[in-house]
Design a protein around this ligand. Structure first.
Ligand code: RUB
Length: 315
């Protein structure tokens, strides 16, 4: 990413943030959105460009940042939010608009924690996959309320984000049982969890969720074992482009994350980061608007954020 201007510290910081998002030092949709929008807003405020040149540059940056991880609409919605703010109030206000969007995320998170924790009771067993800061936030809220429950979680190959979840729970004295991904169905059958909580990276107009690879297997196993599945997410992850018929894109990651050095020639290693969860397998979304059925995602998003977050149709 080059700019036709003397590089500012904020631009360097933005580039560092992009690298951290790519290599998962910044991990999970919520953190990607918070750090991405924050770094973009600071850069937009300080970039020494004006008029058409400014907008051309910022649009290019929005494009590039949105493509670092393609399955992250909460980041894209935030970048659009800041761009709209700049168009209305000037680039000097970019950081204020960035902070306002991050406030929206943080306010949503607190509401989701409370609603999610309501579902957890003394003696509950909850199954989860990967690392979702929102899902972990719900567990911590339930623990703070003094509830005694346990969690079963997957390691999440190839990058083991599940270990992050397990460690966070342990640090907070929440009992956790850790399994390999392929033991999902086995664990549901043996431990009989009362519910499954998972995060989401994206939500579509049909009420489908996109989350870490393995999530659909988890949903299918939950159907077989009759376990309710809840997607814990802010509606800011709604992918507005799906409402005009575009498909939510699935990020493909580097094969070396699966098999790093001595792959025998001739073996093709494929590494999809996410997959869809059919809305028929989702009991409800746990959101800042409370528990909502998958069918109401679009209207609820419009009600909460329709006026604040613009979407431009380019037909
Ligand atoms: C993380 C993942 C998380 C969602 C939700 O994938 O799938 O469940 O991003 O996270 P990755 P959060 O590790 O590839 O980023 O609840 O923190 O938004």
């Amino acid at each position: 990413m080059k700019g036709n201007f003397t590089e500012t510290p904020e631009f360097r910081e933005l580039k560092t943030t992009m690298r951290k998002i790519k290599n998962l030092t910044i991990q999970g949709a919520t953190s990607v959105a918070i750090f991405g929008v924050g770094a973009f807003a600071k850069h937009a405020k300080t970039v020494p460009l004006k008029g058409e040149e400014l907008f051309k540059h910022l649009e290019a940056v929005v494009n590039q940042l949105s493509n670092v991880r393609v399955t992250e609409p909460a980041l894209r919605n935030g970048l659009r939010y800041v761009m709209t703010g700049i168009q209305l109030d000037g680039k000097e206000t970019a950081d204020i608009h960035g902070e306002k969007y991050i406030d929206l995320i943080n306010e949503a998170k607190l509401k989701i924690y409370k609603t999610g924790a309501e579902r957890i009771q003394d003696g509950s067993r909850v199954f989860t996959h990967c690392h979702s800061s929102i899902t972990v936030g719900i567990f911590l809220e339930a623990a703070n309320q003094g509830k005694d429950f346990e969690v079963i979680n997957t390691e999440t190959r190839p990058l083991y984000q599940g270990r992050k979840t397990a460690k966070r729970l342990l640090e907070n004295n929440i009992r956790v049982t850790h399994i390999v991904d392929s033991a999902m169905r086995w664990a549901m059958n043996v431990y009989k969890p009362h519910m499954i909580f998972m995060g989401a990276d994206a939500i579509t107009v049909e009420g489908v969720a996109l989350n870490k690879i393995g999530s659909r297997l988890c949903a299918l196993a939950s159907e077989e074992e009759h376990i309710p599945l809840y997607i814990c997410t802010s509606l800011l992850k709604y992918d507005q482009a799906t409402s005009i018929g575009r498909l939510s894109e699935i990020e493909m990651r580097a094969p070396f994350e699966i098999w790093d050095d001595d792959v025998p020639p001739g073996i093709k290693v494929v590494n999809p980061a996410f997959e869809t969860i059919d809305r028929n397998n989702i009991s409800a979304y746990i959101t800042e608007a409370g528990l909502i059925p998958p069918q109401t995602v679009h209207v609820t998003f419009q009600r909460l954020y329709g006026k604040k977050i613009q979407y431009y149709h380019h037909f």
